[in-house]
Design a protein around this ligand. Sequence first.
Ligand SMILES: Cc1ncc(COP(=O)(O)O)c(C=O)c1O
Length: 468
Amino acid sequence: MNLLSRKATCNAHGENSSYFLGWQEYEKNPFDETRNPDGIIQMGLAENQLSFNLLESWLANNPDAAGFKRDGESIFRELALFQDYHGLPAFKKALVEFMAEIRGYKVSFDPNNLVLTAGATSANETLTFCLAEPGEALLIPTPYYPGFDRDLKWRTGVEIVPIHCTSSNSFQITESALEKAFLEAQKRNLRVKGVLVTNPSNPLGTTMSRNELNLLISFIIEKGIHLISDEIYSGTVFNSPGFISIMEVLADRKCDIEVWNRVHTVYSLSKDLGLPGFRVGAIYSNDNRVVTAATKMSSFGLVSSQTQYLLSVLLSDNKFTSNYIFENQRRIKERHEMLVSGLRNAGIRCLKSNAGLFCWVDMRHLLKSKTLEAEMELWKKILYEVRLNISPGSSCHCTEPGWFRVCFANMSEETLNLAMKRMKDFVDTNTTNGKNQSHQNFTRNSRRKLLSKWVFRLSFHNREPKER
Ligand SMILES: Cc1ncc(COP(=O)(O)O)c(C=O)c1O
């Protein structure tokens, strides 16, 4: 007899996705420049390691902040006892100012409307708990961050209905795609409670246009539903057109309070500051009832008081924040260009992007056929033979086979160059006169070289990742 709960034993966590399986394979054979130069390079992790030295030098110059001290006096006991789930006022004030600074001060945030959470993961789940019942639905444009299946569905029992976007218009949201998703939810007898978008997008690396944002606002007004804007990558925008927050469009349209109350923003310091381990996220809502309920729920995922204290001092240092935002974006842009030109050199094109820590890469021409099976086959080749862990589009619910998300900010320049070299060698071996050879030809040519890997690959086949 099973003595565990259905929640504990159900499959809805999503860890069977190729997105997470790629991470597991990477863990077994991780690349290291000296110890394991033939290992798998992790390009499936949207981490920002480009500006650590800026944070480290600030810490070296401000030892009191990390040493539990204020004006030279220890505040250890104060921090050790602090557990108010409303959060440290000084931190909330510093965080909303940082959020406004990233948005070029075009919008401002009231700290009273902010709820602190353990990362955007917790923020998105908490908001879902506040807005929807089990069996109700959120609409999300595809391709989307694979973690949403875990964050929004698993514990809440809420369903996701995809808004299908395609390469025909660079994956932008259209009115007809929104209407189709709404109809699809109705057909499945699911009441739609809201739309959730990620702006800038993970995995596309693009910012939403003013048109798209206006379209979304009109849609949620017409349907009487909520809008969640996950703006976790707002500080990574490195090229024009710049970032437009949903808050800016609401203000421009002079929306009435009833609409403002239905639009909620999610933020986190995991990407812009590169601190996913610190677990700092936030919900921003104009609806008092959402703020009150989410604050109570935040007891299950608070941000520790020493983290709040350290970051309140860091983010209150305006000279630091303005330099950090500028320099971090410059470094992201540089890396992005390295990836784009490295792939171009291998005959591979990326969707034009201006934000994020990754590119949305078009490898349709390398597929054996235009199917999701062929996409998985190519993904496995790239994982086991080229030894790069990238994320297949199907793990992001993209319906067009052949797109992959490739991350570039979690490794050194040398590692990125090596990854590009491996990719070029792979394409060159796989291509004759610019035309993609069949899978069989490639396998025959490389068979001897790959013989030692068959045992490993066969054991992987026994645990075939589930397609979505
Ligand atoms: C769009 C999006 N939302 C939320 C998260 C989760 O972030 P956090 O580490 O703050 O929980 C991620 C992480 O990759 C993400 O890409």
